[in-house]
Ligand binder design. Structure first.
Ligand SMILES: Cc1ncc(COP(=O)(O)O)c(C=O)c1O
Length: 391
């Protein structure tokens, strides 16, 4: 048999999905696993959004959408949302593509920008899929490792150190999975300065935008002066609206880039699902209090978990600004994060993601998802108190 794709053979499978699958399979075998490895809200999709999709199906909205890049009502809902929430003013006819999930929007963004060998900078800790997505698009991933001692703060020196004549773009994710950091206006200004000076595109992943705690504020890069022409924004309904399984996201940016993204989209997946786009318009145009209520609930869980974890001898956990993850560090063990995650599953039946999956800054951490019921988090803390000395 002839050789299969070298590119894909060298792409690792997603570590987060792998840990989650292992936990689910133990649960199916009757084991009492507390699953803290996933990134899927425990809430159900708000009923008015479900109802909009059911009605759309009943009304026969089950055919290919026209245009393929998105139903006009969904494109308009995204453009209105960008103006309302982000201060970014776009033309729904030329500047938006509706995608099956924001992960596909990230891929479209890279596909529209990258030529073979172009370097794309990303910030560590990083969501596991960025380096593989860059490689699949033909680019070379370049990590900027943000140290934990500075609370993963972005600085001009760290960014500039990694810029070369081949650098094409910077990928940014705020609120960040896994660190829970929300970039400050100063850090946003730093990224803007470097992007403009070095003539770089920016891909900004804002999928956790609705999950911001305390008095932190989400700043959109496309809204900063002179940035709209070089910024592609990706976002979606998965996290904020508890709609992971619906697969609904979008990419927004300047028309020449979005045109290429739309070309790739139509020649691959064709479109997002028609009735899902009707539901997306209902989600974005409808009441937002449900989204705020879910965010409050994540904040309560964060408050509980950060305090409880820091009270356990041998665990240190930074506070977070947003998203629904914590990155505790286990201070009394020589184990690396992969060994630690295995030991935790074995000793305490707690599934967590090894920090190494997110890059060099979190090699001795685990990632816990708090998109899990409070009762489960309480049980996790009890188990951790019992086993931490044995890890
Ligand atoms: C940082 C980040 N970006 C993008 C995604 C993709 O989300 P979706 O494709 O469900 O919109 C995820 C999912 O975990 C994520 O954590």
């Amino acid at each position: 048999m002839k050789e299969l794709s070298q590119l894909l053979a060298n792409i690792p499978p997603s570590v987060t999905l792998a840990v989650n699958d292992k936990a689910k399979s133990l649960q199916r075998d009757g084991k009492d696993v507390i699953a803290l490895a996933g990134g899927d809200p425990d809430f159900d999709t708000p009923p008015h959004i479900v109802e909009a999709a059911v009605q759309a199906i009943k009304n026969g909205r089950t055919h290919y959408p026209a245009p393929a890049k998105g139903l006009p009502e969904a494109l308009e809902a995204v453009a209105d949302k960008m103006a309302r929430d982000n201060g970014v003013y776009v033309d729904p006819r030329t500047d938006v593509v509706i995608t099956p999930g924001s992960k596909w929007a990230l891929y479209l963004a890279l596909a529209a920008i990258v030529n073979p060998g172009d370097e794309v900078i990303y910030l560590e800790p990083v969501w596991v899929s960025y380096p593989p997505l860059i490689r699949i698009a033909g680019g070379a991933p370049v990590a900027v490792t943000l140290p934990e001692e500075t609370n993963f703060t972005v600085t001009e020196a760290l960014l500039r150190e990694k810029v070369t004549p081949r650098t094409k773009a910077i990928m940014v994710n705020s609120p960040c999975n896994p660190s829970g950091r929300v970039l400050s206006q100063d850090e946003i200004n730093t990224i803007v300065r470097v992007a403009i000076d070095e003539d770089l595109y920016v891909i900004t992943d804002e999928v956790y935008e609705k999950l911001v705690f305390d008095d932190h504020k989400h700043y959109s890069l496309a809204a900063q002066p002179e940035m709209a022409e070089r910024t592609l924004t990706t976002n979606g309904l998965s996290k904020g609206y508890a709609m992971t399984g619906w697969r609904l996201g979008w990419i927004v940016g300047p028309p020449d880039l979005v045109k290429l993204a739309a070309r790739m989209h139509s020649q691959t997946v064709t479109s997002a699902a028609t009735f899902t786009m009707v539901a997306a318009a209902a989600a974005l145009n409808g009441p937002q209090d449900v989204v705020e209520a879910m965010c409050c609930s994540y904040q309560e869980r964060r408050d509980f978990m950060v305090k409880a974890l820091n009270e356990i001898e041998g665990i240190e956990c930074r506070n977070t600004d947003g998203a629904f993850y914590l990155m505790p560090r286990f201070t009394n063990t020589e184990k690396n994060s992969v060994e630690l995650a295995d030991a935790l599953l074995e000793e305490a039946m707690i599934a967590a993601t090894p920090g190494a999956a997110f890059g060099a800054s979190t090699e001795r951490h685990l990632r816990f998802s708090i998109a899990t019921a409070m009762s489960e988090l309480e049980r996790a803390v009890e188990r951790l108190e019992r086993v931490v000395g044995r890890l």
